[in-house]
Structures are given as C-alpha cells and as structure tokens.
Design a protein around this ligand. Structure first.
Ligand SMILES: C[S@@+](CC[C@H](N)C(=O)[O-])C[C@H]1O[C@@H](n2cnc3c(N)ncnc32)[C@H](O)[C@@H]1O
Length: 354
C-alpha cells in the first residue's frame, strides 16, 4: 500500500467500507426525498406564497405527519449522520500511526489560544450536523472531518464543486487587494485558503473556537507555505487589536450562532476594522428569497441535520443589524444558483458617526 499523503488519505478496508456504505445510504435517500416533495406538491402545500416559515411548515407538517415513507427517510438519515463521526474517528484510530503525522502541525508558533481556561460558549458545544462530541470531540477532529468525512463522504457524494463556493465569496469582496484579513469561524481553513490565493499579499488571521480545527488549519498552512496566524477565540470577542484589519470576513459561520451572537459578531467586526474597512460575511440564503419548495427543503434539512440556528439565520434582517452596528453602504446578494451563498458586504465609515 502506498504511504498516505494529504492528497490521498488512505483508510483501512473497514474504514473505506463503512464510510462508503454511509455515502451510498445517504445517496439512496434521494428518491424518498423526491417522493416527499411530490406528496407535498400533490396536497397543494406549495400552491400559495408563504409569509413566514412557520406558515409554510403549518401547511407541510400535517401532510407529512402520517407519511411512513417520510418518517423512514428521516430516521435513516439521522442514523447515518449519527454513525458518521464515530466511524470516521475509529478509522483514524486504527491508522493513527500513519495519519497523525499528517494531522498535526510541526509547530505552534502561529497559534494563539485567547480562550485559555475559559469554557467556550454553551451554544457552540452543540453537536452540529450530529457530530458526536461536537467540533472538538476528538483531539484531531479537524483532520477527521476534513480528510475523512469531507473527502470520503461529502466530496465523493457531491463532487469538489461544493467547496468552490468559497472561491466565489473570496473574489466577491469589494477591493482588488487587502493588506490584513480576518477570517472569523475559519474552521480547518477551507475558505482561508481561498482568501490566501485571492489576496496573496495579505496578512491573514483565522479565528475559531475549535482547537482541533485550528490545529489542522495550521497544518494545512504549513503544507502550502502560508504564514497565517490561527487564533482560538470567539468571533464575538476575539481579543485582537481594534482597527487592525481592512477586511473582516466569514464563510457559513453565522448560521451556527444565535441571533444575539450575530449582533455581537457584527459589532466585533466593526471594532476590528480600520476606518473604511470592509465586512464581507456569507451565509445561508434568506427564506424570503427561496421558492416554497426550496424554503421547505432548507428548513427540513436543517431540522434533520441538527442546525438549531439555521432558521433564525435565514429569517434575520442581517442588513438592519449591520446598519445598527454602524456600517454603511450595506449590500446583500446571492452569488450562485438559488442565491446561495448569500453575501452581506458593508463598509466601516471613514469617520465614526457621532
Ligand atoms: C460550518 S463551519 C465553517 C468553517 C469554515 N469557515 C469553512 O469555510 O469551512 C463553522 C465554524 O464556525 C466555528 N464557530 C461557530 N461559532 C463560533 C464562534 N462564536 N466563534 C468562533 N468560531 C465559531 C465552528 O467551530 C466551525 O469551525
């Protein structure tokens, strides 16, 4: 067997078989989902426009309550999600000797832990996406997710295109070049890499609450010869110096936090930016921009996928919150099909409003 490399992380046969089975199982649920949508269409649940998501779910949920096919599909999906992280972690552990050198950074000089002994906020300890143990449920969870779950399950199922959206978000920032960029909720650095490629002259700082993801982001930076700094802190309270960035950005962070925290993240972005600096946040598409079918599917998938804040993120008036935080020239737009990802861009005034 060839030595594992970051381009091709091999698993043992059991790991390949288990993740392959989960991938096929999830793929096999597509006809059931299509059947559920067809049932809702036939019952007229999508005929009238919807005013609120509660209004729409008030039409769809009674139709689905007695439908065994929908309940079966939801149960199988939940089981497959619950199996994913434990199976991937076990696959990692069985090959730990070979994989650990690929997972951990050579040095920690570009890592700052600003959270220290303080506990991360309670909302962050939730098992998003049914990730057993949460974002730091294993010391190398960042590697396990990025290289085992994403590569063997998600990318194999959906193709590498699902990660290309990060490139379009990076390119959609207002300026041709930046000197100092802060990526909030950077995770394993998937969007940070796109920022580094798009703005090669910029000094880049990634912020996340997950130690394991930051460690793998550091490792990925080392692989690419990137001198980025990774900081463990809450996006709403980074502790980084104020006025020190000309771009503060994020990719799909906001739907993972309660609305009160989104407000605080905008205030922190404002503080971190120099006068005239840009904020550029991408996240889920507002339900109001979706067809009834799309809005139902988003809301249903979020519910099945342990995404407790998706609905509030998709119904929040983000532009109003940005204005309230002090930003000007607030703009929002969708970049891809179905207006996803949805991007909010705004500027800190050159002169503070008194
Ligand atoms: C869906 S992931 C996106 C990661 C990354 N931006 C990417 O493009 O793949 C959301 C990330 O936000 C982080 N996160 C959630 N709430 C946070 C907060 N309040 N402060 C910092 N990071 C947070 C999570 O730990 C996770 O890494």
């Amino acid at each position: 067997m060839s030595a594992p490399t970051l381009e091709r992380v091999d698993l043992d046969q059991r790991g390949r078989a288990e993740l392959g089975f989960l991938r096929s199982l999830r793929g096999g649920l597509a006809p059931l989902k299509a059947r559920t949508l067809g049932l809702l269409e036939r019952e007229g649940a999508f005929e009238a426009p919807f005013t609120t998501i509660e209004d729409l779910r008030g039409r769809t949920d009674p139709v689905l309550a007695g439908d065994a096919g929908t309940r079966f599909g939801a149960a199988v999906l939940r089981w497959a999600r619950e199996q994913t992280t434990p199976r991937a972690v076990a696959a990692y552990e069985r090959r730990r000797d070979e994989l650990e050198p690929l997972a951990v950074p050579a040095g920690l000089e570009r890592f700052q832990d600003r959270l220290g002994p303080r506990k991360p906020p309670a909302y962050w300890t939730y098992e998003f996406h049914t990730t057993t143990g949460g974002w730091d449920g294993h010391p190398q969870m960042g590697f396990v997710h990025h290289e085992l779950v994403y590569r063997h399950l998600l990318m194999a199922a959906y193709g590498p295109g699902i990660f290309n959206q990060r490139q379009s978000v990076a390119e959609a920032a207002p300026r041709e070049s930046y000197t100092s960029i802060c990526d909030l909720g950077c995770g394993t650095g998937q969007y940070t890499v796109k920022l580094a490629e798009t703005y090669p002259q910029a000094r880049i700082t990634g912020v996340d609450l997950s130690r394991s993801e930051l460690l793998y982001a550091l490792r990925r930076g080392e692989e690419r010869g990137l001198a980025w700094q990774m900081v463990r802190a809450a996006a709403e309270d980074t502790g980084l110096p104020g006025g020190s960035f000309d771009l503060v950005t994020s990719f799909i962070l906001l739907h993972e936090v309660p609305p009160a925290v989104t407000r605080r993240i905008l205030a922190e972005a404002y503080r971190l930016l120099e006068p005239g600096g840009d904020v550029h946040f991408s996240d889920v598409t507002p339900y109001a921009r979706r067809t009834p079918q799309q809005a139902w599917a988003d809301d249903w998938d979020a519910e099945q996928g342990n995404e407790p804040w998706w609905r509030t993120a998709a119904t929040l008036d983000l532009a109003a919150l940005a204005t309230e935080a002090g930003f000007e020239d607030v703009q929002q737009r969708g970049l891809g099909p179905g207006e996803y990802p949805w991007v909010l861009t705004a500027r800190k005034p050159l002169k503070e409003n008194s």
